[in-house]
Ligand binder design. Sequence first.
Ligand code: ASP
Ligand code: MG
Length: 591
Amino acid sequence: MPFVVQKFGGTSLADAEMILAAARKAVRAHQEGNQVVVVVSAMGQNTDLLIQLAHQITENPSAREMDMLLSTGEQVSAALTAMAIHSLGFDAVSLTGTQIGIRTDSSHTKARIRSISTERIQEALRAGQIVIATGFQGVDKDLAITTLGRGGSDTTAVALAAVLGADACEIYTDVDGVYTTDPRILPEARQMPRVSYDEMLELASLGAGVMHSRSIEAGKRFNVPIIVRSSFSDVPGTVIGLFPEARDRPVSGAALTKFEAQISIGDVPDTPGASLKIFSKIAAVKIPVDMVVQNIGAEGKATISFTVLQDDLSETLTAVTEAAEELGAGCVTHDENVSKVSIVGLGMATQTGVADRMFRALAESNINIQVITTSEIKVSVLVQREQALTALRAVHREFELEKPPTARAAFGHEKIGTSTLSPVDIVARLRQMEELTIEGVRLDDTQARVTIESVPDRPGVSADVFEAIAARNLFVDMIVQSIGYDGKANLSFTIPQDTVSEAVAEAERLAEIMGAGHILHEPKIAILSVLGIGMRSHTDVAIRMFQALADADINVDMINTSEMRINVVVAVEKGPAGLAALEKAFADVLR
Ligand code: ASP
Ligand code: MG
């Protein structure tokens, strides 16, 4: 029997009329012969109101009581939705996270699902009922109510779809689907008929804001097609699945994280364990970091910089200042007027000449790039906040995201059909809901590194460099540009070893013309990678990686992170020992 999970967000349940409309959608799916589980968020802005209320009582409400309070919002919606279905003449039952048996860990306000029991829901479905489940909540081993973090109902819905073997998880919201960029920021943004999990993960973490990113991780892990669509219109929506929108496009979407802050720590002793100390202090307070750049150390000192959301700045500064003192590092500086602009696309993993197009488009709009980081499917740049919108528009236009792909290039939808989950699969799903899964640990020792010191900090420099490199058909892998001190920045990239002398010659020629400093290069480096799902939301992965390398006395030269993998550059002779250390460190979670 076909099986669908439907999730309704707060804006789709804002009043009685809307709850009735949601109920009608559930009934329609039921009448079409589906088993239906509905997951609800709190009505309208209810969660925000409850939070405000708590803060009127005390500045520092206990996290346990906060969860007790916030979980009531979803309970209200669930009961009303069940009543609405009854009023339409159909049978429905509402169940809380506790009643369903959504077990979580005990980190109140940001709990992770450990397991879900399915008996109760299945029993109700067999009895012909529509099940209404409260989103966002679970229960820990002591029966304390927990919540999954803001927006967590998406994750409840996809997790339920996964364990129940549903054919699809429909997310009803107030937008028509997923767009090439946020349509509230850029009116020319286009709704995509489909997008891949990996792209969506990057876009969600980049501030696309449509979905809770852990719900995409769950979708990817269990291959649940997620359909994002509007409650208010009949637009078909966007399918989030295995494939991207088109075969021939390097870039699928662009994202702006407007309120970023950049933090730099100078004069860090360039020794194994330094980055570990810094990032474990930040991970301890569960703040995700991005755009981590570690400069090649001069005179035994390195500069480490990274970005966090502006809201997390003060908490991060406290943690980092402590680490800097313990390490005997230099001063900690920050810039809170920056924004991150990123392009994302599965296609760029196999195409060259993507980054330089982005850099050129920005240069033509006279935008200076402060920091660059790349991953297999993403290029991010940090720019001054007042230029952020212009920057987003420039890259959106450059990659013609407003134009739909040609019919020939478009991927078809994967079949959304009746699920054929075996009992064994179901047991496996029940056991490892949101746990970290590491798919592999890799060593790539075929690359070399080139660094251009002190490139002038003005628009067009990185565009010139990477266009010149691309014109010679040299394939650049990682690109990292650090923040410019004294108006100067360091630009590093990795490239296959057999092309390094050509790249150095080209870099020397360019440095001469633009008045940059020395060209440094390392003819052989090792890139160690840890690959998996949810690498960034599990903030401790990078820490485990740094810990393992520090224990093996291996120094990290460059770092880059994405949702799918964390890469570090180390000395080539340390490659095999580093690989062994990582295999050991992740043995328990390797698939
Ligand atoms: N009601 C919760 C929130 O506002 C959960 C959700 O809507 O997904 O964050
Ligand atoms: Mg939401």
